[in-house]
Design a protein around this ligand. Structure first.
Ligand SMILES: [Zn+2]
Length: 290
């Protein structure tokens, strides 16, 4: 009977120690898992914080276009105020607007390089061309991208009617918006507003432009680079010196297809700076925009 009892105790002891070690290992396991879990939770808090920080930064960047537009509006409004002071004789400042028509061309790269090197901004009255990279550079580098109609076909339908002109303005506006995300609001009539007048469509076009919140800009002086015939009479430099004098606010007409223009552009910029001109980009807020 005693032998049977001790056998019984031995079995109970074995079962008990097996249970005890099971419980102990379970406890260890739970402690270990708890530790992992806590680590995981901490990581998640960090991760959440990171996500929040990133979300905030993404929000900042998604508003960056609005911020830039607000600053641009303010910048152009301030230029307008300065122009008015100049016109009222309250400021001795002088402003020069460099404008480049009919591009982009291959030479536009060099014109942009010169403007960057001289740290001045210009205005490009462009046409619809296969020149995505140059349209983007014009916008990215702080110049004004302006509308010179899609095809510039003076005498071949552009001025046939107000609608034919406006449809080319709209086409180019859409084309440039798709490439740059920038919507043009400034036009230069191919050949100038006087040319539109000879086709008897100027005033009705201006009316439609104003309805679209567009303005147009002619020019006050030039380098004569638009025609070889004219350049045969005198050099670009002489055209510039003869026509761009005694102007407190000047709009200088040039073309970025003319190699001669690229050649003398640095000298023109230096000459204007030496005369005390501020060289600025145009906007539809400018007094020169009608
Ligand atoms: Zn033109």
């Amino acid at each position: 009977m005693e032998q049977g009892n001790s056998k019984y105790y031995a079995i109970v002891l074995v079962i008990f120690s097996i249970l005890a070690s099971l419980i102990m290992s379970l406890d260890l396991k739970m402690k270990y898992e708890n530790k992992l879990l806590r680590k995981e939770i901490n990581n998640n808090i960090l991760l959440n914080n990171n996500i929040k920080t990133l979300e905030n930064r993404i929000n900042e960047y998604s508003n960056i276009d609005d911020s830039i537009n607000t600053i641009k509006e303010e910048y152009f409004s301030n230029i307008r105020k300065l122009e008015e002071q100049i016109q009222e004789g309250k400021s001795d400042a002088k402003i020069a607007y460099l404008t480049f028509d009919d591009g982009p061309y291959q030479l536009t790269y060099q014109v942009l390089d010169i403007l960057k090197e001289k740290d001045v901004k210009g205005t490009f009255f462009v046409l619809g061309k296969d020149a995505e990279d140059r349209y983007k550079r014009i916008v990215d580098e702080g110049h004004t991208l302006a509308n010179h109609t899609m095809y510039h076909n003076i005498g071949k339908g552009l001025y046939k009617s107000t609608d034919s002109f406006m449809s080319q303005v709209n086409q180019l506006e859409d084309y440039l918006y798709n490439i740059t995300g920038y919507k043009t609001n400034l036009v230069r009539f191919p050949g100038g507003s006087e040319t539109a007048n000879t086709y008897h469509v100027r005033d009705s076009i201006i009316e439609q432009l104003h309805d679209k919140e567009y303005k147009y800009v002619d020019w006050t002086c030039e380098t004569g680079d638009g025609s070889d015939k004219r350049l045969a009479q005198k050099s670009e430099w002489n055209w510039y010196k003869d026509t761009c004098k005694d102007q407190k606010i000047m709009v200088l007409l040039m073309h970025d297809y003319n190699a001669g223009t690229v050649k003398i552009l640095p000298d023109i910029i230096d000459d204007l700076k030496n005369q005390g001109y501020l060289i600025l980009p145009l906007s539809n807020k400018s007094v020169m925009a009608k």
